[in-house]
Design a protein around this ligand. Structure first.
Ligand SMILES: *Cc1c(COP(=O)(O)O)cnc(C)c1O
Length: 385
C-alpha cells in the first residue's frame, strides 16, 4: 500500500512505436546502414517542417553547434555570449573552436538569457550570441535579432530543446529572420534519433556556400567529383548522421505534434494540481505558463531549499524513495572545475547561480498519465510540508 510499490516514474522516457522498430530493422537489412537515402529523406522532411528551409543533419547536437560556429567564422580571439544555465555542450563548443564563452545572466522567470545583460556584455571582440531555449521556452526573437543587427553579430541559436516551439506564431527555425538554428535529437529530446542533430540555414541571407561548407565539415572536409574524384581543402570531422538514426527521426517527426499536444496537456495538469495543493504558497517556484509558444520539453520547478533547510540532492533522494525520478537541468556551467580554472565563477551571474542550485526537472513525457502527475504532486507536497 505504500507508494514504493507503485512503478517508478522516470523524469523522461522516449516514445518509440513498433512501426519505428520495424523501419530500423528494414534499414539494417537493406545493405546500406550509414549516411544514405534515409538521411536525405529526413533532411527534406525537416526542411518541409520548417516551411521549406534548408536543413542538414549531424551526429549530435554538440557537433551541430560546433559546425555552426565554424560556419560563422568564429575562432581564437572571438567572444560568444551565451547562457550559464545550459548543458555544458553549449559553452564547450565555443571553447572547442578556440573562442571565449562570455556568460550573461538569466532572467529569473524565463530562466533564459537576459537580453539586457547580453547587451552589457558586448565588446569589440564579440562575434556572436548563442541563446539557449531552456525547456523549449523561446526568448524574444525580435529583440534578439534587433540587438544582433545593431552590433553586426551572428546568432547561433541553441534550440536543442526547442523543436516545435514558436515565437509570435512562427516556429523556431522557420522564419527568414533566423541565422543558424541548431537542434538536438538526443534520447531525451521531444524528437529523438537516439543521438543526432540538425542545423537550419538561412540561405536567403547567407546563400548556399554555408550549406556546402557544413557538408564538408561533417565528413573530413571531403568533396567528391565523378566516380573517383576526391578533394579535401578544409579540416572536417566525422559528424554524419546514419540512416538508422534518420529512419527513427522520420517516424518521430510524424508523431511530433501529437507528442507536443500531450506534453502541453500534462503541463496544464501540473499547474492545476500544484495550485490545488497550494505548493506555490509553500515556496515552490513555477515555470512560465506559456502554452502557445513552448514545446514543454521539461517541467521545471525551483525548490525553496533555503526555507526547507534541505539540499536539492537530499530532496531528489526523498522523491526517488517515493518512486519519482527527477533531473537537474542544469547546474551553472561556471561552477564546473574546467570553467573555474579558466577564471570563471558563478558569482558573476548571481541569478543563474541561485537558479542553478535550486532548479529541479519533474517527470514529463508523452506516455505519462494524469495519475502519474497526481503522484508527483503528492510526493512534492509531502516534502514541502
Ligand atoms: C541536448 C542539448 C545539447 C547537446 O545536444 P547533444 O545532441 O546531446 O550533443 C546542447 N544544448 C542543450 C541546451 C541541450 O539540451
Amino acid at each position: 500500500m505504500t507508494q514504493k510499490a507503485l512503478p517508478f516514474i522516470p523524469f523522461t522516457k522516449p516514445t518509440i512505436d513498433e512501426a519505428t522498430i520495424s523501419a530500423v530493422a528494414d534499414v539494417l537489412r537493406s545493405g546500406w546502414i550509414t549516411s544514405g537515402p534515409k538521411v536525405l529523406e529526413f533532411e527534406k522532411a525537416l526542411g518541409d517542417y520548417f516551411g521549406g528551409a534548408t536543413v542538414r543533419c549531424f551526429a549530435n547536437g554538440t557537433a551541430t553547434m560546433k559546425i555552426a560556429l565554424q560556419l560563422a567564422g568564429i575562432g581564437p580571439g572571438d567572444e560568444v555570449i551565451t547562457s550559464p544555465i545550459s548543458w555544458v555542450a553549449t559553452s564547450n563548443v565555443i571553447l572547442a573552436v578556440g573562442a571565449k564563452p562570455v556568460f550573461a545572466d538569466i532572467d529569473r522567470q524565463t530562466r533564459n538569457i537576459d537580453l539586457n545583460k547580453v547587451a552589457q556584455a558586448i565588446t569589440k571582440n564579440t562575434k556572436a550570441i548563442m541563446p539557449v531555449y531552456l525547456a523549449g521556452l523561446p526568448i524574444n526573437i525580435d529583440a534578439l535579432y534587433a540587438l544582433a543587427k545593431q552590433h553586426g553579430l551572428r546568432v547561433i541559436e541553441d534550440a536543442a530543446q526547442a523543436l516545435g516551439s514558436s515565437w509570435n506564431g512562427t516556429r523556431i527555425g522557420h522564419n527568414g529572420k533566423h541565422d543558424l538554428v541548431s537542434f538536438s535529437f538526443q534520447a531525451n529530446k521531444n524528437l529523438t534519433t537516439i543521438e543526432g542533430g540538425c542545423l537550419v540555414f538561412n540561405t536567403e541571407r547567407f546563400g548556399n556556400d554555408q550549406v556546402q561548407l557544413a557538408e564538408k565539415l561533417r565528413l573530413q572536409g571531403l568533396v567528391r567529383s565523378g566516380p573517383d574524384g576526391m578533394e579535401v581543402d578544409v579540416l572536417g570531422g566525422k559528424d554524419n548522421l546514419t540512416d538508422v538514426n534518420a529512419v527513427i527521426g522520420l517516424h518521430q517527426l510524424k508523431q511530433l505534434d501529437q507528442f507536443q499536444q500531450r506534453r502541453i496537456a500534462l503541463a496544464k495538469d501540473y499547474f492545476l494540481k500544484i495550485e490545488r495543493a497550494g505548493l506555490a504558497n509553500k515556496g515552490l517556484g513555477l515555470p512560465i505558463a506559456d502554452f502557445e509558444q513552448s514545446n514543454w520539453h521539461m517541467f521545471q520547478v525551483i525548490l525553496p531549499i533555503a526555507r526547507l533547510n534541505r539540499s536539492r540532492s537530499d530532496i531528489m533522494l526523498a522523491l526517488k524513495e517515493l518512486g519519482i525520478g527527477t533531473g537537474v537541468h542544469y547546474p551553472i556551467i561556471t561552477g564546473f572545475d574546467l570553467y573555474r580554472k579558466l577564471g570563471y565563477s558563478p558569482e558573476s551571474t548571481p541569478i543563474a547561480a541561485e537558479i542553478g542550485s535550486a532548479i529541479l526537472t519533474l517527470p514529463l513525457f508523452p506516455t505519462m498519465s494524469s495519475h502519474d502527475i497526481d503522484r508527483v504532486v503528492q510526493a512534492l507536497s509531502e516534502i514541502l510540508s
